[in-house]
Design a protein around this ligand. Sequence first.
Ligand code: ZN
Length: 354
Amino acid sequence: MNKSSTKRPFVRPGALDKIEHLSYIAAPLSKQPFRSACQEFSSPSHQASGKVMPQPDNDVLQRFLFEQSDVRGEIVSLQDSYQAVLANHRRSDQEIPAAIDTLLGEFLSAAALLSATLKFDGIITLQAKPKNKGALELIMADSTRHNNLRAVARYDASNAPSDDQACDFRSLLDGGYLLITIDPAKGERYQSVIAIEHDSLSECLNTYFQQSEQLPTRIWLAADENRAGGLLLQALPVQLQSLEQRSELWQHLTLLVDTLKVDEQVTLSHRQQLHRLFHQEELQLFEPTALQFSCSCSRARTASMLISLGEKEIQTMLDEQTRIDVGCEFCHYVYQFNAEQAARLFSTEPPTLH
Ligand SMILES: [Zn+2]
């Protein structure tokens, strides 16, 4: 056991430095070979005991590498973080279709998978809007490199389609666009816009991967009312294989993942999914990283937003009301500024925001 992990280091730093926008962070966390772990888990004695049936993974992201090849992957499963987003979303009195819930799950999974590819501190945001005003006005999710996720959908039930079938990704967002923003803690913001001419968020993102000058990358997303999941494959720069070998493997692996069903993505553990897909491959599965719902809003950020509106606008608001309340769309926390606190925002004296 563990033979394969001693053959060579999993990741050679030189290979990783060459990847640009969607770079992979090299940090091998476990040297436990996936194959032996799979055999353990599926051995008859374990199954007969009825005790070791693995549960689905919750709120974790895991990376994996195919041995002796130039392809890697990320797999994610979300439950509590997804349910926290849905709980916030359901605070409105509106009747919200299940399709919006599952779309939020897919956006969250996609943000988590994409953030795992950042090689610097920062936030990745996915935001989609339809061309014309409809029931879904906006849907967005973001994830930090520290695995804090959040998402929101602006939904107006008064514009809801009468036909349930019109509640799919394309009908809700057709003709609109998907904006992907990579916002590093230091340095310039990077944005890409993709026209929504696809039936799913996965297809839309796959077009983004094809259009941007990146290594071959594919994403598969899924969600039901309880859980959300996703899988991403990315080719690494050719190093262990020839370009032809890597292309052949890439074709083979992506065809395998194309057979993965939504219910498998949201009910099976990561090991079960990877075993189901790649049991004939040598795979190295890394330790899971925990993810959580966490909102990045703050009083200081809210104050900056108010300052950006200008003193005149703030004064007009205070002429009409005694206090300015600013609610966060993501977590529903309300930041309150009375007249004195609002005036202090524009004062030249040192701010006291707390
Ligand atoms: Zn918030």
